[in-house]
Design a protein around this ligand. Sequence first.
Ligand code: MAN
Length: 346
Amino acid sequence: MNIVKRHIKNPILRPQDLEPAIEGMEITCLLNPGVFKMNGKIWLILRVAERPRQVEGKTSFPILESGKIKVLTFDNNDPDLDLSDPRVIAYKGQNYLTTMSYLRLVCSDDGINFYEDPEYPPIFPQGPQESFGIEDCRVATMDDGYYLTFTEVSPVAVGVGLIVTKDFKTYNRVGMIFPPHNKDSAIFENKVGDKYFALHRPSSPELGGNYMWVAESPNRIHWGKHTCIATTREGHFDSARLGAGAAPIKTEKGFLEIYHGATKENRYCLGALLLDLNDPTKVIARSKEPIMEPSEAYELTGFFGNVVFTNGHYLDGDTLHIYYGASDEVICTAEVSISEILKTLN
Ligand code: MAN
């Protein structure tokens, strides 16, 4: 299927386009941006992953301890060290991340050429529940502010945090709204009846799996009535894991959600789900084939190759501008027609 048109200038942002924000670190990856509009501009809230420059034979990475950055270093010859996944360090039953992620804002007039505005400082991880970093921020633009849902990572948990802001200068850090193990949460921008809804992705390793769920809330802080709406499918692009992208798009046919699906070989593609406008726990249709899969050089190889991953887009008429992380290293954009996606969901 070829309904997605990648921008000719891809990748539009690479690690070398920004200066590291943590002293003594370098930027290893730019990933998976949330997208929103503010002051007539298009903004990305990037996930930036940093670590110290690596020394031959050693693996060094930052963590947050008592509000300060601390660098841990392992000897690569240590027989207890498992470095088989470039994202994770496994050591004596404990997992660490090879980089520390934080969130950083860039803006543009055209959706392609992004730059930083020094008036909008990065959002850094804070406190013990974010000591390994914060990742993959979704932005729900609502009447009373922007609702940011993102992954909080620490040795005790991977869960979903919420921050509310009106201006991206002052922040209300609400805390963890979906407890471990949970990620990939996107709040719907529209209420259904008098309730708020959110997609989220708990993991239940023994019974169940990495499935997409929907929950409702009277206030966007306390969530309940959890319902599983999409499970993994053997033999498909989403056979091992799936999770929500950005806030669903309200269309005449239903809420359209662009989501990611992965195989156990960690190939990440994008698919679509259509949910009932009056009852988002009802799935009307789901992609059989991915609407986008890794195919370009920058999507096939990089920090973690074979990955296209989105959690941000903006809509212009029928055209959806998708922003995505490619190979967990660079930021790209592509266009797709909403009506074309809907046609594939018949
Ligand atoms: C997980 C998350 C994403 C990342 C993919 C691929 O789903 O950590 O941020 O892009 O894995 O590595």
